[in-house]
Structure formats: C-alpha cells, structure tokens
Design a protein around this ligand. Sequence first.
Ligand code: ZN
Length: 141
Amino acid sequence: MNIDSIKNGIVLDHIKAGMGMKVYKDLGLETLECSVAIIQNATSGKIGKKDIIKISDDFHVNLDVLGYIDPDITVNIIKEGKIVKKMTLSLPEKIVNIEKCHNPRCITSVEQELDQIFYLSDREKKVYRCIYCESKIKEKG
Ligand code: ZN
C-alpha cells in the first residue's frame, strides 16, 4: 500500500468497502484538527475492494470501537514514513457507551447516567447482551 502521503500517523486498512464513513463517524474523527483522508473502494487482492482511512497525526484509536465495527480492520502506526507497528483486532469482550439498550424496562432507560455496557455472549455470532437486562443489541438495517 502507498503510505507516502503520511509521515507520522495512523492508517486503518482493510475496512470493508462502504464502511469507511461509519468508521470515521464512530471513531469521532470529525473532531480531529489534523488531516484525515478516507479512500473508498481501493482495490485489494485479499478482499476485493476496501476502504482505507489515513490520519496524519498521533491519535488514540479506540480499538474496542474499531474491533466492534469490524475485527478484520488492521491498524498501522506510521513513524517517519514507515509502518512501525501493525495491530490486529478482535471482538471486544465488553463495549461501553457504543450502543444503547432498547429494552424500555431496562434500568439504563430509567437511570440515564448509567454506562451502557454490553458483554460478548456469543463470539461466533457476534451477539452482545446488556449487562443489566440481558437484552441483545438490536440488529441494524
Ligand atoms: Zn438493558
């Protein structure tokens, strides 16, 4: 991959094609002041087409958020134009304040200040359940 455009920063690679914007939003990259590039539909031998995000600064990537979106994304740390670290992700055991519980009887619906915590109950099927009421996260779209 061509990383010439970045001297120091982070490259998120192997994002499923079309998911780049979601990753961008979920990681809160719009709040960064450094330059961020989203490359959509780059060709990749491994998965056909993919999206790539380049962040031209040191940024603390929330690996739980990223692993939850897609554990196949790879995180490359770039220093002086070289990849100094490659990180692979896995589904996090626990996610905090990423999803909301939709059970109206759940305590988190009443006590708004509680953290929304879900635990991984089935790694194969990627099922997360609310730690308070055991509700599954609603499937989206
Ligand atoms: Zn709940």
